[in-house]
Design a protein around this ligand. Structure first.
Ligand code: ADP
Length: 448
């Protein structure tokens, strides 16, 4: 069954049961009140009659009984042995009516030719000292008429109340299922066209709006990941083409003449090795770039930035014997992903090392609610015209300088993506002939 039909049937049925239950309750309450009132009147009449019968001569009894006879009723006096002592009626429909109380309560309602009749019974002692029972019955035509009218009114009211219930349940079904249908349609279309279409987020702040937001976020992420994959495939095939061609041609040269000429063999092996290393670096960085935007891969926690800086710098000091200095407080706690921050600092420090000869400074500072880290060198600097493209993939400033240092032109592109993932701003200032400073600024507390 469709969700819309289910909502429709469920709300309609529930409302119908509530209304019908209420109506039935009202009906039976009203019916009980009416019969009770009639029974009370009969009991009062009976009590007056038994009081009279106690002190009048039995010969006058018939006259008194007639005086107390209810309209459309019957009066019966039954002896202790069950024998009918006297029987009088004002309505012929009650002639011979047994008027037996069923003992379930102070009064009994029975059916006389399709008409309800109320009977009450009470014991009394006659003037002759005999124990007897007085039974008074009265037909309840007016109660039957009123109950029939009440039935009609309640059925009419229930039916009338069901109209808005049905209309609102249809509307409710539509409100709930419309966004789901839109979502299903968009998902189907996206699958067929291989697209990442989003849905209208609406203006309300309800769960459906939340669902649309979550779906659109998911589409954004899927779209970005798809673009990254596409880029990875095209970058990898484009960038790997050159080293593969070089390796192929040197391998052929080696095969043809390398076994006779040691110089050629050395040249070929060197070229093949350097291209293989380049391919390894390239694929590693391309893979890092392809993975860098997966927000699930970032694990933030309170960490000591000073400790992270020391851990990154000390192996570099050892490996290159260079002057890597750290300036700033001994302890600086902030929210970050330590592994990613280490990776980011490594790219910047390694570039400073590659592209300068002197000392490299890593400075850290806490300014209000932000942490600022900068990596400064006194190398050749970067021309102003290159600065806007510095974070582009495969962008390299000076081919001469680059040939010496190796590298892929992907380091800063990766650094930028990691900085974004960390919620940090990455910027560069450089003066040719003076040096370069890369700056990372991020909030010390992610919640604030
Ligand atoms: P790679 O270092 O692999 O070439 P990057 O993306 O890390 O790639 O750097 C891009 C270019 O920016 C480098 O080729 C280099 O010319 C320039 N560059 C990066 N850092 C510095 C620096 N500290 N000083 C001077 N030039 C730099």
């Amino acid at each position: 069954m469709k969700l819309r039909t289910r909502i429709h049937v469920f709300t309609t049925l529930l409302m119908f049961l509530i209304l019908a239950g209420l109506s039935i309750g009202i009906y039976f309450l009203f019916e009980k009140m009416m019969y009770e009132r009639q029974a009370d009147q009969l009991l009062a009449r009976g009590e007056d009659l038994t009081a009279e019968l106690n002190h009048i001569a039995p010969t006058n009894a018939n006259m008194v009984i007639r005086a107390y006879m209810p309209p459309d009723g019957a009066l019966l006096i039954v002896g202790a042995d069950g024998r009918v002592i006297r029987e009088v009626e004002s309505d012929k429909r009650l002639r011979g009516f047994p008027a037996e109380p069923d003992g379930s309560g102070p009064y009994t309602v029975s059916d006389v030719d399709g008409m309800p009749a109320v009977t009450v019974a009470m014991p009394f002692i006659s003037a002759g000292g005999e124990v007897a029972e007085l039974r008074i019955t009265q037909l309840a035509d007016d109660i039957a008429g009123q109950l029939a009218t009440l039935r009609l009114i309640l059925i009419g009211l229930t039916a009338a109340a069901m109209i808005p219930v049905i209309v609102s349940s249809v509307a409710l079904g539509r409100i709930v299922t419309r966004p789901i249908n839109v979502l299903t349609g968009t998902m189907r279309e996206n699958r067929e066209k291989g697209a990442y279409e989003k849905i209208d987020e609406g203006r309300g702040k309800d769960e459906l709006h939340e669902m649309a937001l979550a779906y659109n976020d998911m589409m954004d992420q899927l779209g970005r990941n798809y673009e990254k994959q596409e880029r990875f495939v095209s970058d990898a095939s484009h960038e790997l083409k050159t080293p593969i061609t070089v390796i192929e041609s040197y391998s052929r040269l080696l095969k043809r003449r390398g076994f006779d000429d040691r110089n050629i063999a050395n040249e070929a092996v060197d070229a093949i090795l350097s291209q293989a290393i380049r391919m390894k670096d390239l694929t590693a960085q391309l893979l890092d770039l392809a993975r860098s935007d997966q927000s699930a891969a970032y694990h933030f926690k309170q960490a000591d930035i000073r400790g992270i800086a020391e851990e990154t710098v000390s192996p570099m000091r050892q490996a290159y014997g260079r002057d890597f200095g750290i300036e700033g407080p001994d302890k600086l706690i902030a929210d970050t992903d330590p592994d990613k921050l280490r990776q980011l600092l490594f790219i910047l420090l390694d570039n400073a090392r590659k592209y300068s000869d002197g000392a490299v400074r890593l400075t850290m500072e806490e300014k209000e609610d932000r942490v600022e880290l900068s990596v400064a060198d006194h190398g050749p600097g970067i021309p102003e015209a290159d600065l806007p493209h510095l974070f582009d993939r495969f962008y390299r400033v000076d081919s001469d300088r680059n040939r010496k240092t190796g590298g892929t032109g992907l380091g800063l592109a990766l650094a930028k993506e990691i900085a974004e993932g960390l919620g940090a701003e990455l910027s560069v200032e450089s003066v040719v002939g003076v040096g370069t400073v890369f700056r990372i600024v991020f909030p010390s507390n992610r919640q604030s």
